[in-house]
Design a protein around this ligand. Structure first.
Ligand code: NAD
Ligand code: WQD
Length: 337
């Protein structure tokens, strides 16, 4: 079975391509390298010993997508990772986010429909729950975005829901990821953010490796046991495997199905710092500063629907996630450069 992976050179995409190849799928990647490196794809080949087709293209260019689909008439399904993901930037430049994440997704979907491909897996985010009233979060919780990035994910979710209603042929999985961290156990692929990282784990690991001085902890006055924010961190390899389970499951039915992909456990910023120090043997200097605007106290999943319907459950614990993060960061202090 051949799968088109958009954004397959990125952080989650590259780990998913490894799992797809190791599970016997054929893979075609479409990525414009706007936030990734070709080196990641070389490393995927090294890890798996397997090859795949790669197209450097923008999924918003209908001609390019059409050419790819004409050259691979046996594509059975698409996993759509390609998007921009920086929450802060999305507030400064909302058009950039709506164009790439929404308009370009529509162009991709039009070309898929034209080519008769109706199996689609979409990368959504726990950010669509906004500031939840309670935790753990189930899929039926109210949704509502608090920034243009989140709104772009929500809008695509709505488009996909309408699409599945409009034509019975569609089989669509909407996967709401919680906080992906970690890296492949080989230490060959991992998260490689541009510039100063926005997210906690890349920041902590760059402090540990000596690239950044100290972590700023965004608030210790939340209504949580130690006052810092609590999140559901999930190993990127567990997340990658969730996509394969979703693909297999949706191929047996029609409609649009939404699943939380998380571990169901929450850890605070202080928990992460302490555990990372143990795993890396490095001190993580930090300073508590004001809350980051838009942050919430707690966000963690009830992931039982994915367990019941997909037969998927996260396997790796926090210690393993941090060990793998550290192996990647310490072996590649400058990422793929
Ligand atoms: P990433 O930036 O590492 O990967 C995205 C990839 O898509 C990059 O390789 C980029 O070059 C490519 N891309 C972007 N726009 C493109 C376009 N128009 N045409 C072709 N390629 C394009 O991000 P990631 O962390 O791997 O995230 C993958 C998906 O998961 C995104 O849709 C993101 O919104 C979603 N997501 C990520 C997180 C997270 O914390 N990492 C959490 C929830 C959801
Ligand atoms: C985690 C915790 C921060 C950085 C974001 C997006 C979300 C999704 C995942 C894409 C929070 C604290 C962080 C730092 C800190 N992405 N923190 N100092 O905000 O839960 O989610 O990534 O879909 O949409 O919003 O993740 O890693 O930024 O923060 O204290 O330098 O760490 O306040 O409590 P977040 P994060």
């Amino acid at each position: 079975m051949k799968i088109l992976v958009t954004g397959g050179a990125g952080y989650i995409g590259s780990h998913t391509v490894v799992e797809l190849l190791n599970s016997g799928f054929k893979v075609v990647i479409a990525d414009d390298l706007s936030n990734s490196s070709i080196e990641a794809l070389e490393r995927v080949k090294k890890i798996t010993g397997k090859d795949f087709d790669y197209y450097q293209l923008d999924i918003g260019k209908s001609d390019s997508v059409r050419n790819l689909l004409n050259e691979h008439t046996d594509i059975a399904a698409v996993i759509h990772f390609a998007a921009f993901k920086a929450v802060g930037e999305s507030s400064q430049n909302p058009l950039k986010y709506y164009k790439n994440n929404v308009a370009n997704t529509i162009i991709l979907l039009e070309e898929l429909k034209r080519a008769g491909i109706y199996q689609f897996v979409f990368s959504s985010s726990a950010t669509v729950y906004g500031d939840p009233n309670a935790v753990p979060i189930t899929e039926g919780f109210p949704i509502g975005a608090t920034n243009p990035y989140g709104q772009s994910k929500l809008t695509v979710e709505e488009i996909l829901t309408d699409l599945a209603k409009s034509e019975h042929k569609w089989s669509i999985s909407i996967l709401r990821y919680f906080n992906p961290i970690g890296a492949h156990e080989s230490g060959l692929i991992g998260e490689d953010p541009n510039g100063i990282p926005d997210n906690l784990l890349p920041y902590v690991s760059q402090v540990a490796v000596g690239k950044l001085d100290k972590l700023r902890v965004f608030g210790e006055d939340y209504d949580t046991p130690d006052g810092t924010g609590i999140r559901d961190y999930i190993h990127v390899v567990d997340l990658a495997k969730g996509h394969i389970k979703a693909l297999v499951n949706q191929s047996k039915k029609h409609g649009c199905f939404t699943y939380n992909l998380g571990t169901g456990k929450g850890y605070s910023v202080f928990n992460i710092i302490k555990e990372f120090e143990v795993v890396s043997g490095k001190k993580i200097p930090y300073k508590v500063v004001d809350r980051r605007p838009g942050d919430i106290a707690e966000c963690w999943a009830n992931a039982s629907l994915a367990k019941v319907e997909l037969g998927w459950e996260a396997e790796y614990d926090l210690n393993r996630m941090l060990e793998d993060t550290w192996r990647w960061q310490s072996k590649n202090p400058n990422g793929y450069e």
